[in-house]
Design a protein around this ligand. Sequence first.
Ligand code: NAD
Length: 484
Amino acid sequence: MKELQLLIDGEFVNGEAGWFDNVNPVNGEVVAKVAHASAADVDRAVQAGKKTMLGEWGNFSIQERGALLSKVANRITERFDDFLEAEIADTGKPKSLAANIDIPRGAANFQIFADQARSFGSESFMQSTPDGKGAVNYVQRVPLGVVGVICPWNLPLLLMTWKVAPALAAGNTVVVKPSEETPSTATLLAEVMAEILPPGVFNLVHGFGPGSAGEAITTHPDISAITFTGESSTGEAIMKIAAEGMKAVSFELGGKNPAIIFEDADFDAAVAGTLRSVFTNCGQVCLCSERVYVERPIFDKFVNALKVGAQSFVLGDPYDSETSFGPLISKEHREKVLSYFDLAVEEGATVICGGGIPTFNNELDNGFFVEPTIWTGLPENARVIKEEIFGPVCHIQVFDSESEVIEMANDSEYGLAASVWTQNISRAHRVSQRIESGIVWVNDWYLRDLRTPFGGVKRSGLGREGGIYSLNFYSELKNICIKL
Ligand code: NAD
């Protein structure tokens, strides 16, 4: 059985807290044993990060750091197949998805922040003084120190590297905890980092949240900042702990994202885009739409088209080229999603399609699959319309006017990403500007430019990452004022 270890101070080691199982969600089989880090392991990782900040790593120039991060990007690309296999073993996602999104973005995250580090400048401000001699202020960007990186399971390599790359580009060191559900690509990345970076710059600890490695990171006094992606309630719990010692936090959290389809939209594009926005990665993307709003004249036609699309997905083995739809991540997560399927029916939903567990009559029946599911007919205050489900499911609501749909879309405690489908350019601007969310896509979904600010409002997050916004979070801005 494969054993996935911790990386602390450049050495692969076992965890003091023993081992836990890594399960393949496609068939429920244990695929690896994972080293479980204790609080003492986390402390050693933090001390290693501190030591190299004051030594070898701290002495590198921005250009040198950028060059090393480019090497990391290249090495991920060279080992593409190893990363692909590891990501599929952890998540069960279709090979085509992991090969087109997760692994290339993992490499791209390092490349973009390597490039950005090389061109990173700082501002200066000329100032007049009463004696007429003047002064110049310049801004020095200082690394924060050891950054704790805590990640979810849905896009494991992509979301981890999205934080690790800018943190390192800005000169910090990191202690990374991947989700307990998806430890494999993080361990491969640790192998790459151990080849390329000085010991202690990238430390990897495996484990869980409360009472485990996650809590040990958030409570450690020498961790300067925490960057976290995961559930909103976990973010709230971490924020309370981070208040002690005033750790900087950056949070990318949950969503209950609206997709709004106006009568004047390109119908086929809107259907295809909404199929992607609801069902990509089995609905397990924070940006996925779980609330779909369709203008009345095209409502019935749209519901039917989305149903036909949802029923055309092929659920199955991730390595089968026909497969377009994988399992949920775990037995526990499937129980949660199925409980929402039951709740929707109790709340009075019309089930347009899905709502159950598919049957394969082979080992996949031990996996954690659910059917792509669509509901209609619920009032906007139904719990399944309010709460994040994080599965392959949406409710489709009818609307009659722009102001009505904006009000419904904004009536949520979340505000991460919205998509708006219309060919009316004025309406596109009007609606986008009034939607309460961090991101609005018009006539597309998940079209990412990695330089743009990424994050959510309300319970969907705190702060922005991406491009210069990431580098701003991962550095302190110090003003140095020199009297001339
Ligand atoms: P989660 O909050 O359960 O866990 C995320 C990570 O936090 C895991 O590594 C976990 O071990 C750790 N953790 C849990 N409790 C902790 C605690 N008290 N202290 C420290 N660490 C703790 O989230 P998940 O189930 O892994 O991921 C799914 C969630 O992530 C969804 O809500 C989804 O919307 C959200 N998400 C958001 C974004 C975004 O960019 N906004 C991206 C992906 C996923």
